[in-house]
Write a protein that binds this ligand. Structure first.
Ligand SMILES: [Zn+2]
Length: 195
């Protein structure tokens, strides 16, 4: 029986060490007080139930979120979510009918996603847009209102399309196109493997 209990104790100890010791899993923890955007690391970090090592961080707005050291270092999280909410609200302020507080309009989505693809390196499709040097014109970056004034309402079933595929998102190069028109405009598709 002694063997059984010592084995149990050993297991508990190993679990505890793993849980509190990030080094056991090759994670370099952040320092308490280290700042990432609006977030300040407020504890030494702990391994969550899912086995991931996370810090508790306090946001300047008073909120708290848990985040992995990698998520903080790479800029995945720079606020508790308040920064994005503010951006959304700023973009949709004064845009009557395009933001009902829960769901943005199709026009707003098209505008928002175009900007994200071109300016956010964390967007999974960034390399097709921003990474290729495609930009959104300053007028549209400035406000959704400008975009809406230039483009008008999105007809059902159409998508925001750049006529010149190497051109930018700007009034002279954009239209609401049907999906097939837009697909014709794609860069030639390069197959890496013959089918
Ligand atoms: Zn916040």
């Amino acid at each position: 029986m002694a063997g059984f209990w010592s084995r149990q104790l050993g297991r508990k100890l190993r679990t505890a060490v793993k849980r509190y010791n990030p080094v056991a899993r090759n994670v370099k923890p952040c320092e308490i007080g280290e700042r990432f955007g609006r977030l300040v690391v407020s504890d030494k970090g702990i391994r969550d139930a899912d086995g991931r090592f996370r810090h508790t961080t306090r946001c300047d707005c008073g909120g708290t979120i848990k985040a992995k050291p990698s998520e903080l270092r790479t800029g995945r999280y720079v606020s508790c979510g308040c920064q994005n909410r503010e951006k959304l609200e700023k973009g949709m302020h004064r845009t009557h009918g395009h933001w009902d507080g829960r769901r943005p309009s199709p026009e707003w989505n098209a505008w928002h996603h175009a900007i994200d693809r071109c300016t956010n390196p964390n967007n999974p499709k960034y390399h097709h847009w921003g990474g290729r040097g495609i930009k959104v014109c300053q007028r549209w970056l400035d406000s959704f209102d400008n975009f809406l004034a230039d483009m008008g309402a999105k007809p059902r079933g159409r998508v925001l399309d750049r006529q010149d595929n190497d051109g930018h998102y700007e009034p002279t190069n954009c239209r609401w196109a049907t999906l097939s028109e837009s697909n014709r405009n794609r860069r030639p598709f390069v197959r890496t493997k013959p089918k």
